[in-house]
Design a protein around this ligand. Sequence first.
Ligand code: NDP
Ligand code: 2IT
Length: 448
Amino acid sequence: MSYVDDVLSYVVEKNPAQPEFHQAVKEVLESLRVVIEANEEEYRKEALLERLVTPERQILFRVPWVDDKGQVQVNNGFRVQFNSAIGPYKGGLRFHPSVNLGIIKFLGFEQIFKNSLTGLPIGGGKGGSDFDPKGKSDREVMAFCQSFMTELYRHIGADTDVPAGDIGVGGREVGYLFGQYKRIRDTYEGVLTGKGLTFGGSLARTEATGYGLLYLTRAMLKANGIDIKDKTIAVSGAGNVAIYAIQKAQQMGAKPVTCSDSTGWIYDPEGIDVALLKEVKEVKRARLTEYAAKRPSAQYHEKKNGEHGVWTVKCDIALPCATQNELDLEDAKALVANGCKAVCEGANMPTTIEATEYLQANKVFFVGGKAANAGGVATSALEMSQNSERLSWTFEEVDSKLQGIMENIFANIDAAAKKYGMEGNYVAGANIAGFLKVAEAMKAQGVV
Ligand code: NDP
Ligand code: 2IT
């Protein structure tokens, strides 16, 4: 068996019942075949792939906290410090009831390559909890965050591991986490990113993932002779990534017509009203039914089991921005049948492997999350730089750096795909370009 096949079997055997992790590893290793096979004996001798797929450290901990009724609650906490070859571990925290070790490992694994693609010195990590912030009071969220940090603080630091937000973790949670870290450590340092602007946060970090997604999408379309202006876009999600993707798409003259949350989805043929969406989701933390109630042009659809409604809408471009495996083969078929030309992932691994293959086989331009949503973590790295030099840059300065980073990522993944004989396969281009830098750093640092 080839080295890649050996390591794929090894991952399945060593990490039972972690299908998302297996999926993420399979996607990367399959596209690295051409690189690995050119130097197979050397990689095998150094066990480079076994090291790459094994986290440097995994921290599992209990998070007890008291709810508003005085009842003690217990959640599971996770931090997977996956790879520090090119910088301190960096990656978000996810608070969602579906969180388990396999999900955190898939996210941490992807983060290694994404962070490498940014061109900035950040390694890969991810963490989170099965805590559900939905329906909790601010006090309950604070109690949870304080308890979570009371264990996590000993494992992180500005030069060690720098967490940030992800699903269910936004400015409010990062604020509570930062406050507890500072209190326990008695140190004011850039240990988290996505902080509030009054205590070390960076301008444009909130917008960065969604804006970055659009900068990259525009660059990719342009390279293929397509202008994003006037294009109809289907977006899923209604959180941090989706909201600012919709906003930037509109600024570019495109028309996003959908969004979704965990209970339903909106089709708004006149284009999504971003101010209203922000009010409903960022301020009220309410459901999309409230958006529909205030917007006569909007159609609300309840989400039925297994149905991902937004992909049935006619669109030129699809931007999945909610969660993993939300765009399956059936959805891919619907998109192709409706003439969709491009899919760029705002979320992490939102497209199943079968759906990705179908889209690529049907000549849909496809950019995976490791490249397309790297603007968030890239701007987190810019926040780390600002914290280190104890300065704050203007919105325009951060935003223009973000734009440069996303255009550079596109140029690099395009070039890597061409160099390895897979022109237009941006998934392979991203995996290869991300891998080569990390592999070189790992080799240079010896067996550690
Ligand atoms: P948010 O929590 O802000 O928003 C998530 C959105 O997706 C919400 O609308 C939520 O619905 C919906 N959603 C979440 N889980 C599910 C689920 N299991 N089924 C259906 N809908 C779901 O998260 P973000 O916008 O930050 O993250 C979205 C995606 O982008 C994730 O994959 C994340 O990993 C990725 N990402 C985030 C980055 C960031 O900087 N925040 C950076 C790069 C990638 P509801 O409103 O009902 O909760
Ligand atoms: O998936 C991601 O890249 C994030 N959730 C952002 C991570 C970060 O450290 O900003």
